[in-house]
Write a protein that binds this ligand. Sequence first.
Ligand code: ADP
Ligand code: LRH
Length: 491
Amino acid sequence: MSFALAFDLGASSGRAILGRLQDGKIVTEELHRFPNDPVQVGERLQWDLLRLYHEIKQGLLKAKHSGVEPASIGIDSWAVDYGLLARDGSLLGNPNHYRDRASEGIMEKLKEELGEAEIFSRTGIQFLPFNTIYQLAAQSRGGSPQLEGASHLLMIPDLLRYLLTGERYHEFSNATTTQLYNPVAGQWDDTLLGHLGVPRTLFSPVLRPGSPAGVVQASVREELGVGPIPVYAVAEHDTASAVVAVPALERSFAYLSCGTWSLLGTEIEEPVITDEARELNFTNEGGFGDTYRLLKNIMGLWILQESRRAWEREGSTYSFPELVQLAGEALPFAALIDPDDPSFMAPGDMPERIRQYCARTRQEAPQTPGAIVRCILESLALKYRYVLELTERLSGQQFSGLHMVGGGIHNTLLCQWTADAIGKPVWAGPSEGSAIGNLAVQWIARGDFKDIWEARSVIRESFPVTTYEPGASQAWEAAYEQFSRVTGINR
Ligand code: ADP
Ligand code: LRH
């Protein structure tokens, strides 16, 4: 039995999934699931990294208690965030959350200083105010004592892998999300680093996804009573792992990785570093096997998660299925928002911000949870149509439907409305895309699969895919007109 263990850490929760190959199929077992709640500490919003490391060790213990020693381990997580290590290898404080306000305004400054075209031509990465480059610039310009004392920088999955193995490496897919990695030169971009005043020596070698990256180190082996399990650098950006798991059978396909964020795009062989891609703010993030992910970030279910938290603070607790049901009972297309309006980025009272957005755009604001959730979900579906059409334009492809993976596929209303909005079928599954992609890369690296296409076809055989056929096309066409008018997004 070819056991592999995947740790997949999303911005809202993490899990340890044990996978095995049996009779030509993948069988998975969720050993451990844990919340990943950021912590507000004074002015800062931070990740509790050591807690996450503790949960990883819990996952390893649970594997041991189930009588299994996996033949390999992989870790993937959300992108862009990092931790700093001192000369002696100790962690210099908790990593900041990308939604922390520390880097506010820095992206605009760097664009002015270096030029948008210059930054994009060096990296091919979309301009998001929280990219590593801007977080680092904020630290460097703010005279951060942590940065001054740092010998090494590691991205979140690199850091957790380092704690397990004692070895320091970056991994390609996640390195590209920093907007500091030059995919054409195949290395960290010295011009950008030089401009930031950040020494190149902070960075470690970048491994291709699927590379061996050490074994569980002696101290951890002693503590947990496990062996020297090999650890692989999988496609460590969770979205890259999710794309590996898209059960597509043909090379040309569109995907929507739907969790806290919605990432919509396609897989390509060469980055599209053109003026048009820059103007549309598309990204070319690294993927498995020399591929790139031409995609755009859409704010995603974050707005729903934060609304739910706001209602919880007021004393009303709703589960996601309850909220979806209430949305189904609310009036259609009563109000629409651009999910990517900057006002939805920081944590806070989303229902109130949605009402403010509606006031600004002269719409009657939704009041009840059902109406608010309906507004969020319909707006997301319409934004998906917009980004899918742009993906077709930029990649020169026509897609016959959209693959959806991630926790968001449990939201059947969102899946159906997405199919309605794009006027094409949605193929939903698997929901644990990132964890399954993580396992698949381990098996490719170990020779159990010959390549990603064999992995994808086995994934297709192993996990159910639900098809949502489009309907109500006239109503959605009219809604798209309304969406374009309200949001000012050009068609
Ligand atoms: P991430 O990896 O970014 O933390 P996930 O892929 O785990 O996110 O997806 C989490 C999201 O999936 C939740 O925010 C929620 O909106 C949605 N979701 C999960 N389970 C359900 C469910 N049973 N019904 C409706 N939506 C769900
Ligand atoms: C999704 C994700 C996304 C990044 C964001 C920071 O979890 O990795 O691809 O842009 O988090």
